[in-house]
Design a protein around this ligand. Sequence first.
Ligand code: PAF
Length: 306
Amino acid sequence: MNVVTRVDDLRGLCREAREARLRVGLVPTMGALHAGHRSLLRAARGASDLVVLTVFVNPLQFGPDEDFSAYPRDLEADAEVAASEGVDVVFAPPVDEMYPGGSRTTVHVAGLTDVLCGASRPTHFDGVTTVLTKLFSIVGPSTAYFGRKDFQQLAVVRRLVADLDLPVEVVGCPLVRDHDGLALSSRNAYLSEARRESARAIPESLRAAAAAVEGGERSATAVEAEVRRVLARAPELRPEYVAVVDAAELRPVETLDGSTAVLVAVRVGSTRLIDNVVLDVTPGGSEADLGIVVPAEESESPCAAR
Ligand code: PAF
């Protein structure tokens, strides 16, 4: 496995791979790799000849009062995970390699980025789309893998790639849950056991929403109320938003019909968690996609051992 920190080195390795007619798979991350990232790496490994993992805590996507400094960083541990998943190249650049002399150019996807998470994190998605445009440009034609936990991010990335005709195929991979139901996130590391216990109400609320829809509920207001009712059982949780939207354009719906997403952002203390369920609603019924459960040996939750 090659670990490189320079843009030119990554560009060169990807160019050589393509000249040899190899398929390049890209998994962009901010490190602190967990089983959710492993599932992206496995998807990339299964479909590519050269798997590139990028590990870069991107300052542009953090607001001034956010956790950029505190964000977990452990390149050695990440490299071990990468090696065990058969990654070929790890790109872990320092900030001044990605943004020499700062960054004056911003890539902005209008509309999709000023709602939901973008409403409280107004510069976040511009940071994401700017760094991804750079990574896509360095890596070149490739397939890039993203988790569906970051549902809005995935919609924004798809739009970025389509609007700019970037030579990248975007693959959305299942949201991965721990055994206690919590969606895997690098930020779960911030939670005490007590807060983690409270946070379990988040996936419960989404299961309740799915059950209501399976029981015939089609009113978005009623589904939202069901989510809020379950979240309210854990007084430590402060919902930032609960939204029922069409899954492609993220526009609020009144009546559930077709592919609909219930998206939540919740604060637990100072930790902000997001989660979602996608509901495929047809005249014949509904099917809920709550993601997949992590294999027991990769769990971070004490519940897995029980
Ligand atoms: O999802 C993430 O980890 C980041 O937003 C990404 C896509 C790697 C961009 O920095």
